[in-house]
Design a protein around this ligand. Structure first.
Ligand code: GLA
Length: 405
């Protein structure tokens, strides 16, 4: 039996989030005004393209961050996390980057960002819980930000379009938390739809819901957490972003996305970029944008063998040109693709590391029957190499942020 997380069971245990209303009452001695949720995400394809004005094709996971909230009469905010039992307390007056740090900065940053945009908020009591794996490249931070953004705006009677909510959450992460992320994770958390992947043009912010239902073709999307310790993640992420921006300057374009619009071919790049590292970074972004559009086409036409090849090509580009993979994830991808077919088990149609990089999760497009065999093979190989044994689950596309109660 494959452990599909359907919002009830699975390795991360949806049950952990039950009873948030009761817990809120126990902590704050009054009822919550409501409960809001925002999901983590898997990016099917389009890595490190979002801060280059490019295309991404993510979908939302069943795993969510939930927040129970109630307004206060004053400007004080309490935010308690059931993940670590800690409570942060601060005032909305004088809230500024650096005032709140650690996990609570994601929640505080969102409130700061909303107020910066002119939306006056009341103080509030918040209780947060989450079953989005942390540090796995599945956007647990965007899930937290967007669940708090939704709760805070509803409490304040502020109605914002999804894209604006996402932008304000990104602003919080960029300028309050200090992580220079793009818009993909927040936009997925608010705008994703069940059974669809979200094609997002991060320059125009236009979206297209692309039907994404693998089960009817006896296929599945396997998510494997390498559990590899993230190394230098934030510094390396910022460095990649800076290299892309330097590349755009050298090429005389506003963003690397323009290369796609101008029909620049990867072969044209060496004549225009003499710096070898910059060339490879730019080539990844250029070819990745093309792969996102090709993946959308493959999904539309049900060309799954081709979709698999596109995913694997994206991994090679992330490994060789963008240099954001690690031995653990490279080994997992290799095992998934090279496993000899036997009995029920067939190799994956395609596989790649997802998210910002340097560890985290690997996804694979697989024949649904091969789940157990592929997971066992990946775990065996990891053990043999002296790596932590990865965990795995099958994911399907779920809805974005919403009010639960
Ligand atoms: C992180 C960031 C995103 C995006 C990805 C890489 O998840 O938060 O904005 O840049 O990395 O595609």
């Amino acid at each position: 039996m494959s452990p599909e997380i359907d919002g009830r069971d699975g390795p991360e245990g949806r049950d952990a989030l039950e009873g948030l209303a009761e817990r809120f009452h126990a902590v704050y001695g009054r009822s919550a005004a409501g409960i809001w949720a925002a999901p983590g995400r898997v990016n099917l394809i389009g890595e490190h393209t979002d801060y280059n004005g490019g295309y991404v094709l993510p979908f939302a996971l069943p795993q969510v961050s939930e927040v129970a909230a109630a307004a206060r009469e004053d400007r004080t905010v309490h935010v308690r996390s059931l993940l670590n039992g800690e409570t942060a307390e601060f005032s909305l007056d004088g809230l500024a980057p650096g005032v709140v740090e650690g996990w609570a900065s994601y929640a505080a940053g969102v409130l700061w960002s909303l107020e910066q945009a002119g939306h006056r908020l009341p103080g509030m009591d918040l209780l947060v819980d989450s079953n989005v794996p942390v540090g796995a490249g599945l956007s647990s931070s965007a899930a937290l930000e967007c669940s708090v953004a939704l709760a805070a705006t509803e409490i304040a009677g502020v109605v914002l379009p999804a894209a604006e909510l996402a932008r304000l959450a990104q602003h919080a992460e960029n300028d309050f938390v200090g992580m220079p992320c793009g818009i993909m994770d927040q936009m997925t958390a608010v705008a994703a739809e069940a059974e669809h992947a979200l094609l997002l043009d991060t320059r125009s912010m236009s979206t297209e819901q692309v039907p994404f239902t693998l089960a009817q073709d006896d296929l599945a999307l396997l998510v494997l957490d390498s559990l590899a310790e993230h190394r230098l993640v934030d510094g390396e992420y910022a460095a990649r972003r800076a290299q892309c921006e330097a590349g755009a300057r050298m090429l005389g374009v506003k963003s690397l996305r323009e290369l796609t619009d101008d029909g620049v071919a990867p072969e044209d790049l060496p004549a225009r970029l003499t710096d070898e590292v910059t060339l490879r970074r730019v080539r990844h972004v250029l070819t990745e944008n093309a792969r996102v559009l090709a993946a959308r086409e493959a999904l539309r036409t049900g060309a799954y063998a081709q979709l698999g090849e596109i995913l694997s090509a994206a991994h090679a580009s992330a490994r060789d040109d963008f240099e954001i993979t690690v031995e653990e994830t490279d080994t997992m991808v290799e095992t998934l693709l090279r496993l000899p077919a036997s009995g029920d088990v067939q190799p994956a149609l395609g596989a790649r590391q997802v998210g910002g990089g340097f560890g985290g999760c690997v996804i694979a497009l697989i024949h649904a029957d091969s789940f157990d065999g592929l997971l066992a093979a990946v775990q065996d190989n990891a053990r043999r190499r002296g790596f932590t044994e990865p965990t795995g689950f099958l994911a399907r596309a779920c809805p974005g942020a919403r009010r639960l109660a």
